[in-house]
Design a protein. Structure first.
Length: 350
């Protein structure tokens, strides 16, 4: 019998379609690899093929926009929003508009041609997390900008145009509707119960354990109760915090391990699927919020959103999150040294 489940934060309904379900090990995602390029602009030694770097973590003595970097941040060559100009907010009859002011940056996560973030060492992933934090801290000083969204597209089905492991940051002058809905729903819960709904979710998942994927001293990873997609996985800090950029060093250290393990579990279980992850964090112009909790959502691209989903706002998920979590828990993750394999071509690297 199908089951309707309600997301407790935004009120979205999900259909858990048991009768349409495949067994978890029957799911194979679309491959991560994208179309081959003759010369990867993100590889070390090809720095002249990208816009000048905004920030880089480099070896001592290396020069900007040249080899010797471990992690590099550049402007997106084809930005969704541009940093120059004024907002110029105005109306057009009943409609509102403003200039497309914002920031669009690319975080190149390794100088070598790794296809997957899961293939990086824990220390490399921690540096990625640190640069996420650094860029948010820097950009929130710009009073025109309101919200920063960090996300990663992996594989053609996930929207990636280059396979070299990278993530992106888009900073907008308004709060995105998905974040606004989360903040509104969590505020309603807080006003009624006096508690953060995300903190309650962590406690509930730890208590029943059925949807837990991984639990560490600082973070809990689980398949949410009203999962929209098969193997959808969330990572939440156990200590309440509304802004990702306020993450402390012990949190970064632990999250680097959690990210490597969870991504490896998903890639092993689903045969290296395309996927997306998004860091949901509070807007810049808010102080610490007692009702909102930053978190990471990881979405493997295993099913398509079609007419019913677009028309109704419902999602149909053929894999109960309890089954997905149990399957992921049993996946053994190789040691970091064994998983740090070089993938793809490295021709022309310095």
């Amino acid at each position: 019998m199908p089951e309707l489940r309600k997301d407790p934060i935004v009120g979205r309904w999900v259909i858990i379609a048991h009768e349409r379900a495949k067994r978890p090990h029957d799911f194979k995602g679309e491959a991560q690899t994208t179309a081959e390029v003759g010369l990867c602009p993100f590889c070390e030694g090809h720095e002249d093929k990208t816009p000048p770097e905004i920030l880089a973590y480099r070896e001592r003595g290396s020069r900007p926009n040249g080899p010797g970097w471990r992690l590099r941040v550049i402007p997106n060559k084809f930005p969704a929003l541009k940093i120059e100009g004024n907002l110029h907010k105005r109306g057009e009859g009943i409609y509102d508009k403003m200039a497309g002011v914002g920031a669009h940056e690319v975080i190149i996560e390794s100088p070598k041609h790794h296809v997957s973030m899961a293939s990086l060492s824990e220390e490399s992933i921690r540096e990625v997390l640190w640069v996420y934090r650094d860029r948010l801290v820097d950009l929130k000083r710009d009073t025109r900008l309101v919200h920063g969204m960090l996300f990663k597209n992996v594989g053609a089905a996930g929207g990636a145009s280059l396979e070299h492991t990278h993530s992106q940051l888009i900073v907008t002058p308004i709060v995105p509707i998905s974040v606004w809905e989360e903040m509104t729903g969590s505020l309603e819960f807080f006003n009624y119960r006096g508690r953060c709904i995300y903190c309650d979710m962590v406690l509930e998942e730890l208590a029943n354990e059925k949807r837990i994927v991984l639990d560490t001293p600082h973070f809990t990873a689980f398949c949410p109760y009203a999962s929209r997609f098969p193997f959808e996985t969330w990572i939440l800090p156990k200590i309440h915090s509304s802004h990702f950029e306020n993450i402390p060093k012990p949190g970064v250290d632990d999250l680097g391990s959690v990210m490597r393990q969870v991504l490896n579990k998903l890639e092993t279980a689903l045969d290296n699927p395309s996927y997306n992850y998004i860091i949901h964090t509070a807007p810049f112009d808010h102080q610490e919020l007692p009702h909102y909790h930053w978190h990471i959502e990881i979405i493997p691209r295993l099913t398509n959103v079609a007419g019913f989903e677009w028309g109704s706002g419902f999602y149909i998920n053929p894999v109960p999150p309890e089954d997905a979590a149990a399957f992921l828990r049993d996946i053994e993750v190789p040691p970091a040294s064994a998983s740090s394999l070089l993938l793809g071509s490295t021709a022309g690297l310095a």
